[in-house]
Design a protein around this ligand. Structure first.
Ligand code: NAD
Length: 323
């Protein structure tokens, strides 16, 4: 029997999740506070129960899991109610706005033996998986720094700054690749268009291992960039999500010292490789992973703890940006 899943929040993103869980599991409940959305989705999914009443869904003993795709400020409260009701939960990013709230969710999920999975979509991108595989296999040598570019002209948000709207994606990837908590996480930015909402943000992170990372987040920029660069001592690699065919490029470029010279740094430029990257849909992989965790495959505690690491770093960056 496939797990029975409910989706809460049927705005822009929730329907994509509903579509996937309808294919991969049994889409049993759809919840949205908007009567218009309820009406629309009742027609689209006649076998699901569509309602605005979250408690009615949570009272269904045969429901296994809930996916939360509502606005960020509601995530913590909704996830807590879902876990309290004994259901597994996948929550869109970030699952909480404060580290203490996220820790509470992690603890609750652990105590109840439930899955708490944050919806960090980019972690399921085959290009990002390739970066991780290259790093973990030691292909790049010691990783020195990572930097992300997530820029464009628009979409100008007025309710969420560039750190929260764009930065969560890159932050989740940087922390996934380096697998460390930053000891320093600072952000600078300006609210040029909407008072109080930073549209241009520069973030700096430093890790106990000495690695550093940077993120440029902006919707006030001439370039549309979705790029992450990893610099290793032996090779360097770029993940560029704007590219269709060369998502990942590995450069055999590095500094080295010629034995015959007096310690001067030379540089080496070798081949450039473009590994084949699968075109599997990251969202489908993400939803499949949630179902695998429910089935007992994979490390559900690590998934929850990694989510908490992102919220902790996000809180450090936010405090710095506000300060
Ligand atoms: N992973 C991604 O790439 C990605 C992309 C877009 C959005 N998101 C995330 O998805 C979430 C939703 O974003 P969106 O753009 O779809 O927002 P949205 O505003 O378009 O939709 C939110 C929906 O939730 C409903 N809602 C609000 N409060 C509710 C409540 N308490 N109970 C039930 N329904 C409620 C609203 O009526 C609305 O239909 C956000 O966390 C966002 O960060 C993720």
């Amino acid at each position: 029997m496939p797990p029975r899943v409910g989706v809460v929040g049927l705005g822009y993103w929730g329907p994509n999740l509903a579509r996937n869980f309808d294919d991969l599991a049994e889409l049993a409940w759809l919840v949205d506070t908007s009567p218009d959305r309820q009406e629309q989705f009742a027609t689209r999914y006649p076998n699901a129960t569509v309602t605005g009443d979250l408690e009615a869904m949570l009272a269904d003993d045969s429901l296994d899991a809930v996916v939360v795709a509502t606005p960020v400020p509601t995530h913590y409260e909704l996830a807590k109610r879902v876990l309290d009701a004994g259901k597994h939960v996948m929550v869109e990013k970030p699952p909480a706005m404060h580290a203490a709230e996220m820790d509470e969710l992690v603890e609750l999920a652990g105590a109840r033996g439930l899955v708490l999975m944050p919806g960090h979509l980019l972690l399921y991108h085959p290009g990002v998986r390739k970066l991780k595989a290259l790093i973990d296999a030691g292909e790049l040598g010691e990783v020195l720094c990572v930097y992300g570019n997530r820029q464009n002209l628009g979409i100008v948000r007025t309710n969420e700054n560039a750190l929260w709207s764009l930065g969560v994606h890159d932050l989740s990837v940087v922390l996934y690749l380096l697998d460390e908590d930053p000891e320093i996480a600072t952000a600078n930015g300006r609210d040029f268009l909407t008072p109080g909402v930073e549209d241009v943000v520069f973030c700096y992170l430093r890790f106990p291992s000495g690695k550093i990372a940077h993120m440029h987040l902006s919707w006030l920029d001439p370039h549309k960039m979705r790029r992450l660069t990893v610099v290793g001592r032996e090779k360097m690699v770029v993940f560029d999500d704007m590219e269709l065919e060369r998502k990942v490029t590995v450069y055999e470029k590095s500094p080295w010292k010629r034995a015959t010279t007096y310690g001067e740094w030379q540089t080496r430029s070798g081949d450039i490789f473009i590994p084949k990257i699968s075109t599997d849909e990251p969202l489908r992989l993400e939803c499949t992973h949630f179902l695998e965790l429910i089935a007992g495959d994979g490390d559900r505690d690590k998934v929850a703890r990694d989510g908490a690491r992102v919220v902790r770093a996000l809180e450090m960056l936010t405090t710095s940006l506000d300060g």
